[in-house]
Ligand binder design. Structure first.
Ligand SMILES: [Zn+2]
Length: 245
């Protein structure tokens, strides 16, 4: 506990310093590293309180275009990253580990989504986030079908770190019925498919409504896919996943 308190007070000191005077790049990196350490170690309520206050302050420290690991900012996200397993539409492991990275600008809106959903009794579960461009090429080689897989020549919003594949669970982590699994490419996976009961349709609409309120745009062909309205502002990237952190 002493160790954590020391880390937090050190971090607050550095951040205060950052607000009050110009600080160089290496100090910014120290702040980011401290933030990551606190997030990894955190469990106590007091630390959670600090974290929520820090998020506002950190807006000035992280650049909007930085790819950040969402789990460093909230312990409430549930990751079910399908491309780190064989449980996906091409039955192939494509990621070395289960990670959800997003541009910081996108993450901030996802945190707002999460907070709004939590008040209604739901958690956010993520199937896919940033997808390296090299993985997009593999997908395209295996399934070069326009409309199903984005052509790597242009790249997808996932390759830009600005799209998510998302669903809902209850507060205990049990899945909310959306009618189909992730990447169901049949008609049943279409967002406005009406062959299921009203509850399933309403679940899909709840997800869509809250995301669209917070700068995410849904599509008609996949109920789980949303792109941030930052559009193509961010470049297609091919950053590998750091599986050690
Ligand atoms: Zn998607």
């Amino acid at each position: 506990m002493m160790k954590r308190s020391f880390k937090i007070s050190s971090l607050i000191f550095i951040i205060t310093l950052n607000i009050n005077c110009n600080i160089n790049e290496s100090d910014n990196n120290k702040i980011k590293q401290s933030f990551k350490v606190i997030n990894r170690d955190s469990s106590a309520e007091s630390i959670k309180r600090y974290k929520s206050n820090l998020l506002d302050t950190l807006t000035a420290i992280f650049e909007n275009d930085e790819l950040v690991d969402v789990t460093l900012f909230s312990e409430d996200f549930i990751l079910d990253i399908r491309y780190a397993t064989k449980n996906n539409f091409i039955d192939t492991i494509l990621y070395p580990c289960a990670k959800c990275l997003l541009r910081y600008e996108v993450l901030k809106d996802l945190l707002r989504v999460q907070s709004e959903l939590k008040k209604k009794g739901y958690k956010v579960k993520l199937f896919d986030c940033y997808r390296p461009h090299s993985v997009q090429k593999i997908m395209w080689e295996k399934m070069p079908i326009v409309g199903l897989v984005a052509d790597p020549a242009t790249g997808s919003r996932h390759n830009r770190g600005s799209a998510i594949d998302i669903t809902l669970t209850d507060l205990d982590g049990y899945g909310i019925d959306m009618g189909t699994d992730h990447d169901d490419l049949s008609l049943k996976g279409r967002t406005f498919y009406r062959g299921f009961n009203d509850t399933i349709f309403q679940n899909r609409m709840l997800l869509r409504t809250i995301l669209q309120k917070n700068h995410f745009i849904g599509i008609n062909s996949e109920w789980w896919h949303f792109s941030h309205d930052c559009g193509t502002k961010y470049k297609v990237s091919d950053v590998g996943f750091d599986c050690n952190n």
